[in-house]
Design a protein around this ligand. Structure first.
Ligand SMILES: Cc1ncc(COP(=O)(O)O)c(C=O)c1O
Length: 443
C-alpha cells in the first residue's frame, strides 16, 4: 500500500512560524502532533486537503461538530446570506428564536433553551443553574469524564493510577496545576457505570449535591454507553435528594434523533449541548425543564443566575446551526448510524484477518476502537499506559499517511455526506494498519 508521506516542507515552515507566536505552536492541544501539527488548506464534504496538496478522508469532523462534513452547500448558502446582513448585534434576532424552536420541538425534554459559545460554557452554565435552582453547591461527576474546561467540570478528567485513590471513593484530582483545593472539595467523583459504589458515594453527600453530571457515551471513558441500570439508579437517587440529573450531550446528541436521552426510560432535568448544533460554528446550549431554566429568567425577582455573552446566539451560528439540525432529520440520523454500524462490522472483520485483538465501542454515528478482545467497562479499565498509547499513535500515523484521518483517541465521528466507498476505504486501510502494528501488540 503506497504511503502519501512526502516532503513536509510547508508544514514544517508553518510550524516554525507558529512556535514563535503560539505556546507550543498551537491554539488547542488536540491538534498537537510531533514532529509538527498538520495544516489544512481547505475541506469539502468528507475530504480535507492539507497545505502540501494531499487529500484525506476525514473521520474526525472537528471532533464531532460537523455532522454534515465540511462546507455543506446548504449551510454555506444560509450563512452567506446572513453574513451580508451582519454577524453580531446587541439585539435579539429571529435566527435565535428559529433555532430554539427547532431544538425545543425536536426533543420533549427541551422545554426552554439558552445559547452560548462552547460546550465548556454549556456545562459551566448547567452547573451554575443547578446550584441556583437547588440551593446546593457540590456536583458529582464520573472519574475520567471530559466535560470541557470549567474548573469544576474538569476535576479528575485525567486521573491516573498514581493519584486516583480507592475505587470505593475516588480522589478529586486536579487537572490543571494549582487548582484551588476549594474547587476539588466541591466535586464528588464516582466510578462510571458502577451502581453500587456510585450510590454509596452519593449517599455520603446526600444533602450537598446540586447535580449529578453524566455523559451517556463518554469519549474519554472508552466511549462506553452508560447502562440503563446505572442511569436509572442515579436518576432514582436524584429524585430522593432534591438533586438534578444532568446530561452532557455536547457530543452524543448525534446518536439519536432526540439525542442520547431518547435511549433511556428516565430523562435528565438539564442537558448541555454543543458541537453539531452550531453547524460548524462555535456553540453551546443549556436546555431542560422550563421551571429550572427559569433561573435564567430576568423577569423573575430575584434573578438567580444572570448570564450574558457577547457572541451568544449570534445570527451566524444560529443560522448555520438551525440548517444543520434541520438537515439532520430522522432519515439522515438513520443513514449515518447505519454507516457507522457497517464500519464497525468491517473493522472487526479486518482485525480478524490481521489476527489482532479488537473491540469497538460507541453508539450511533460515533465509534472507538480498542486493541483488546473485550470492551473495558470503566475509566480505570480503559486507562492506557504509555506503551499502549504509542501503539495507538503508530496506527493513527499509518492511517494518516495512507489517507485516513482518525481522532487522536482511535475514534471516528461519521458524517452524513459519507458513503459506503468511504467506509470500505477505512476498513481496507485499517487492515493494513492492523498488520503494521501487530508486532507491537505482542500477539
Ligand atoms: C462531552 C463534552 N463536553 C463538553 C465539551 C466542551 O465543548 P467545547 O470544546 O465546545 O468547549 C466537549 C468537547 O469536546 C465534550 O466532548
Amino acid at each position: 500500500m503506497d504511503s502519501l508521506k512526502e516532503e513536509k516542507n510547508l508544514e514544517e515552515s508553518l510550524y516554525e512560524r507558529a512556535l514563535k507566536v503560539l505556546p507550543g505552536g498551537i491554539s488547542r492541544n488536540v491538534i498537537f502532533r510531533q514532529p509538527h501539527p498538520h495544516y489544512v488548506a481547505s475541506a469539502h464534504g468528507c475530504y480535507v486537503e492539507d497545505v502540501n496538496g494531499i487529500t484525506r478522508i476525514d473521520f474526525v469532523n472537528n471532533i464531532a461538530s460537523l455532522v454534515h462534513g465540511h462546507a455543506h452547500p446548504a449551510i454555506v448558502k444560509a450563512v452567506y446570506e446572513q453574513l451580508q446582513k451582519g454577524t453580531a448585534y446587541s439585539m435579539g434576532t429571529e435566527a435565535e428564536i428559529r433555532h430554539a424552536e427547532t431544538l425545543c420541538h425536536r426533543v420533549p425534554g427541551f422545554e426552554k433553551i439558552r445559547f452560548m459559545n462552547s460546550g465548556t460554557e454549556a456545562v459551566m452554565s448547567l452547573i451554575k443553574a443547578s446550584r441556583a435552582y437547588t440551593g446546593k453547591h457540590k456536583i458529582a461527576k464520573a472519574e475520567g469524564a471530559y466535560h470541557g474546561s470549567y474548573d469544576f467540570a474538569e476535576v479528575s478528567e485525567s486521573a491516573s493510577p498514581d493519584n486516583w485513590g480507592p475505587v470505593e471513593q475516588p480522589n478529586s484530582v486536579p487537572h490543571v496545576r494549582n487548582t484551588p483545593p476549594s474547587v476539588l472539595d466541591e466535586v464528588i467523583v464516582f466510578p462510571y457505570n458502577d451502581v453500587e459504589r456510585t450510590l454509596a458515594i452519593l449517599d455520603r453527600h446526600a444533602d450537598e449535591i446540586a447535580c449529578v453530571l453524566i455523559d451517556p457515551v463518554p469519549h474519554r471513558i472508552g466511549m462506553i454507553r452508560a447502562t440503563d441500570e446505572f442511569v436509572e439508579a442515579v436518576y432514582d437517587w436524584t429524585r430522593k435528594h432534591n438533586t438534578l440529573m444532568a446530561f452532557d450531550e455536547v457530543v452524543c446528541f448525534r446518536i439519536n434523533y432526540e439525542g442520547a436521552q431518547a435511549l433511556y426510560r428516565v430523562k435528565p432535568d438539564l442537558t448541555a449541548l454543543g458541537k453539531l448544533i452550531g453547524g460548524g460554528f462555535p456553540v453551546g446550549a443549556l436546555t431542560g425543564k422550563a421551571e429550572i431554566m427559569d433561573v435564567l429568567n430576568p423577569l423573575q425577582t430575584p434573578l438567580r443566575f444572570s448570564l450574558s455573552g457577547t457572541f451568544s446566539a449570534n445570527p451566524i451560528t444560529m443560522t448555520a446551526g438551525r440548517v444543520a439540525v434541520e438537515m439532520f432529520d430522522k432519515q439522515a440520523v438513520d443513514k449515518v448510524n447505519h454507516l457507522a454500524q457497517e464500519a464497525k462490522e468491517q473493522l472487526m472483520q479486518a482485525a480478524k484477518i490481521a489476527g489482532i485483538p479488537l473491540s469497538v465501542a460507541g453508539a450511533g454515528s460515533m465509534m472507538k476502537m480498542h486493541f483488546r478482545e473485550t470492551l473495558p467497562s470503566n475509566y480505570r479499565e480503559c486507562y492506557e499506559d504509555a506503551n499502549h498509547k504509542k501503539t495507538v499513535n503508530t496506527f493513527l500515523d499509518f492511517m494518516y499517511d495512507h489517507g485516513i484521518i482518525l481522532v487522536y483517541s482511535n475514534s471516528c465521528f461519521f458524517s452524513t455526506v459519507m458513503k459506503q466507498e468511504h467506509i470500505d476505504k477505512l476498513s481496507e486501510t485499517a487492515l493494513e494498519g492492523f498488520k503494521f502494528i501487530k508486532p507491537l501488540l505482542n500477539v
